[in-house]
Write a protein of this length. Structure first.
Ligand SMILES: Cc1cc2nc3c(=O)[nH]c(=O)nc-3n(C[C@H](O)[C@H](O)[C@H](O)COP(=O)(O)OP(=O)(O)OC[C@H]3O[C@@H](n4cnc5c(N)ncnc54)[C@H](O)[C@@H]3O)c2cc1C
Length: 278
């Protein structure tokens, strides 16, 4: 049984921002696939504000030289969108692997980011794309890099009066890009390990390597030391081995020695080796 709460369904963003300012203990409700599960387990909120009627909050378009994805776009919409497929393929692939068709029809990219699970599938691809989140309130709007937005597992820097309205994504057209995850099953299972990548190469050398790893550390991360090391190095040589060792050392440093690392680390090493070989 869910605890008692009132619901609001604003039809404009302006009304939504006023409600967020004025109501005490209000939670934004997007697809509800995280929030309602938490409330079913005892989490209590006085008001839920359903953002399903807000026009344009699920648009995917170009603007300011970047790809703009509305926070209320469902995983299904992100997965199927042509712009996302061509400019942020890893995000398209990751969105197509979330949960099950039912979850992808309900769950949104914004909810995935604000929930900030270490296993959230959209975080690693968005890190690869240097994503920024746009947070709006009655007091104004701010743009925050995703790597600063998530401050701890299940914790972000969003304020109670703010609405996440869109995500700005740097295009990686021309890069070799992908997303792989390891889970207990192919569907209805969260990632135990995930890797997103966008790699530019020329004449057998890495020009730029962007990697992000999820479910191994408290917050998904970019191994920037290994990325910088790989730039300019020969593909298929000893450099990949050195970079993989750097990544694994970084994970052990951030997470300590976890029982799951007995299988996760060898699987991650093999996955990274495959990805870097292309
Ligand atoms: C069976 C099942 C399987 C799942 N499998 C996966 C999986 O494989 N991979 C994965 O990553 N996730 C998975 N999830 C988790 C979940 O579906 C996703 O995290 C989803 O993207 C959450 O989005 P939502 O719209 O449902 O968020 P909600 O549940 O509506 O909201 C989640 C949180 O974000 C806040 N919020 C939502 N939108 C906004 C906004 N625009 N501005 C401010 N705050 C906002 C809410 O207040 C709440 O705190 C699964 C969940 C279930 C129940």
């Amino acid at each position: 049984m869910l605890p008692e709460f009132s619901t609001q369904r604003p039809e404009t963003k302006e009304v939504a921002l006023t409600l967020l300012r004025d109501l005490k203990d209000v939670k934004v409700l997007a697809g509800g696939t995280d929030l309602l599960v938490r409330m079913g387990r005892g989490s209590v909120h006085a008001h839920l504000m359903d953002i399903g009627a807000l026009a344009d909050l699920d648009c995917i378009e170009h603007g300011n030289g970047t790809l703009l994805v509305g926070a209320a776009a469902t995983h299904r919409k992100v997965h199927e969108d042509h712009l996302v497929r061509t400019e942020a393929k890893s995000l398209s692939l990751a969105s197509g692997l979330v949960g099950s068709p039912q979850i992808r029809n309900m769950g949104t990219i914004g909810g995935n980011l604000v929930n900030a699970s270490p296993a959230a599938d959209s975080i690693a691809p968005l890190l690869v794309h240097d994503a920024k989140v746009v947070l709006e309130s009655e007091a104004g709007s701010r743009r925050v890099a995703l790597e600063e937005f998530i401050v701890a597992p299940y914790k972000t820097s969003i304020r109670d009066d703010e609405l996440l309205t869109r995500i700005e994504i740097k295009s990686c057209e021309g890069y070799r890009e992908g997303y792989r995850r390891v889970a207990k099953r192919a569907a209805w299972a969260i990632s135990r390990l995930s890797v997103a990548w966008a790699i530019k190469e020329e004449a057998g050398r890495f020009v730029e390597v962007r990697l992000a790893i999820g479910s191994c550390t408290p917050i998904p991360f970019r191994p920037k030391d290994a990325e910088a090391y790989l730039a300019g190095k020969e593909k298929g040589g000893q450099a990949s081995r050195v970079a993989i060792d750097m990544i694994v050392s970084g994970i052990r440093l951030a997470s300590g020695e976890r029982p799951s690392f007995v299988y996760k680390i060898p699987v991650l090493e093999a996955l990274l080796d495959e990805i870097l070989r292309g």
